[in-house]
Design a protein around this ligand. Sequence first.
Ligand SMILES: NC(=O)c1ccc[n+]([C@@H]2O[C@H](COP(=O)([O-])OP(=O)(O)OC[C@H]3O[C@@H](n4cnc5c(N)ncnc54)[C@H](O)[C@@H]3O)[C@@H](O)[C@H]2O)c1
Length: 349
Amino acid sequence: MALFEHVEYDGHEQVVFCHDKVTGLKAIIAVHDTTMGPALGGTRMWNYANSEEALTDVLRLSRGMTYKSALAGLPLGGGKAVIIGDAKKDKSEAFFKAYGRFINSLGGKYITAEDVNIRTADIDIVSTETAFVAGTASKAGDPSPHTAEGTYLGLKAAAKHAFGNESLQGVRIAVQGLGAVGYDFAEYCAKEGAKLIVADVNEEAVAKAVAELGAEAVSVDDIYSVECDVYAPCALGATINNNTLKVMKAKVIAGSANNQLATPAHDKIVKEMGILYAPDYVINAGGVIHVCSEAANFSLEDTGKRVKAIYGTLDKIFTRAKNEDRPTGEIADEMAREILAKKLAEKMA
Ligand SMILES: NC(=O)c1ccc[n+]([C@@H]2O[C@H](COP(=O)([O-])OP(=O)(O)OC[C@H]3O[C@@H](n4cnc5c(N)ncnc54)[C@H](O)[C@@H]3O)[C@@H](O)[C@H]2O)c1
């Protein structure tokens, strides 16, 4: 398994392979870039088919965190960790304590938090072995409300560019996923007079949105093809793919889900279809801003301002993408790299 030659290797500063003999823990921690500050990013637990798959995921996700935090203006670098295992069977107190000791051994270069299949309770155990954690129950807590607010504001910036008006009054929004983020996001939109079309595998959440937000319910398969102005993916990754784009009527894609594009090529494909895509890691940065408030001691007011700034960041991305006739995801990556290059130059001066 090559590292420096790996297709997802992007000058990562440090990649640590961890194995604890007692609990069987196997994890990979990737520190992509610490130019802006310590590398913060969640830990994902997944039953990867092999360690190659886990390495690919952690290299890609950690680079994403560098770009996300740079564009959110945070004093943080990018990192991520993956635990290779079955979240239903392999978790134990000793397991997460061992993991905490590995994180501690990096001396603060990497700060962890929750991600897929890792709960606040797991992070609380990790925090008994290391201070380099964020998002513990007793401190910052649930980031979802800030993610929802940032996604709503990001959608308004997209509406301004795509429809000539940032108001969501009468705008038809197809919301996929009414979980912690999706429901709050839908509520913000409904309050502004948007017409919601919703889908979720959780029927209770759908019934609540119908009763409380006046939403129209459709099946999870039909959400891609409904007549709407906006598609808001707030559940799964990779839903912007060749199959869904064949039937999609939306002119804006703006939602909280991570890794929305099935492949990097879909950035260009959506542009060519005349769809305005709000790059996922920019619009959903409310969560990392929230978690960072704990790691960097931001006041509540400062955290709120940073979440509101997502509107302005997306406004800049959309303007530049239009002026240069380029895909929005490509512009976001480029803007993040410019921020990093500037900081690096300052450090070296
Ligand atoms: N929570 C945060 O602060 C945060 C931050 C950044 C990004 N995100 C991303 O936003 C998305 C939503 O996060 P969340 O915290 O609300 O998760 P969640 O688990 O609370 O909600 C996800 C919702 O999607 C539904 N769902 C699952 N499969 C579905 C399907 N096939 N069709 C329709 N609905 C389906 C679930 O039933 C659930 O209601 C995820 O992609 C997550 O990675 C979340």
